[in-house]
Design a protein around this ligand. Structure first.
Ligand SMILES: Nc1ncnc2c1ncn2[C@@H]1O[C@H](COP(=O)(O)OP(=O)(O)OP(=O)(O)O)[C@@H](O)[C@H]1O
Ligand SMILES: [Mg+2]
Length: 197
């Protein structure tokens, strides 16, 4: 499987290192489209470390289309799920071969039955993107608050410390009992990967 076709999830408590890990994973990837809902003063330079950052989906989409077949690294600062559809269309028009770096996936993929279900475009890319050379790396603080689809469709889950029972239960398909116990006590910046299972 092509590296860019993999779906990977990163979960864990606030400030334990998820965004930093995401940033590290995409550092050397030539074509990455970021979804970074962090706007405002606590993230003035962006979490994902891209030079090309947009606040309008239309402008971000136009940039992605211009980069057809070329190295592409940009992020959209948005928490409006409708904007993700524009990024996905633009990625298609740009020739695919792209990794979506989705920080805070709960903006696109809240747990079914809670507030809303997964955004249609996001659900498509995590389930079908691999057939079109599109991959996703997503993060979430609370596994129990993202759609189970995110776990079902991820080849790899990396977990930083998780404490709440409901969140540990959401990881039960990816880690065994001993690992879940250890995940409760992981020090900051340390994580377990389901890849080793
Ligand atoms: N491996 C590391 N070594 C040292 N410092 C780190 C490491 N990983 C992250 N940090 C620092 O810890 C802080 C929190 O990291 P980060 O923003 O990646 O966490 P997060 O899990 O994404 O948090 P949030 O849930 O709030 O988005 C940042 O200041 C970051 O620079
Ligand atoms: Mg973060």
């Amino acid at each position: 499987m092509h590296r860019e076709s993999i779906v990977r999830g990163i979960v864990g408590l606030r400030r334990f290192g998820k965004s930093t890990r995401l940033r590290e994973l995409i550092r050397y990837e030539p074509r990455v489209i970021g979804w970074d809902p962090r706007v405002g003063p606590d993230a003035p330079r962006g979490q994902l470390g891209f030079d090309h950052r947009f606040y309008s989906a239309r402008e971000c989409g136009a940039f992605i289309r211009r980069m057809r077949g070329l190295p592409l690294r940009c992020a959209l600062h948005s928490d409006d799920p409708h904007d993700f559809a524009e990024l996905l269309h633009a990625a298609h028009d740009s020739g695919g071969n792209v990794i979506f770096a989705v920080d805070e996936a709960s903006t696109l993929c809240p747990r079914s039955g809670r507030v809303a279900v997964a955004d249609e475009s996001f659900a498509w890319v995590i389930s079908q993107g691999r057939h079109h050379r599109m991959g996703v790396i997503w993060t979430a603080q609370r596994p129990a608050q993202v759609d189970v689809l995110c776990f079902g469709q991820s080849e790899v889950i990396e977990s930083f410390r998780i404490r709440a029972r409901s969140d540990l239960e959401a990881l039960a398909g990816n880690f065994d009992r001993d690992q879940l116990k250890a995940i409760r006590h992981l020090p900051p910046f340390d994580f377990y990967s389901s890849e080793e299972n």
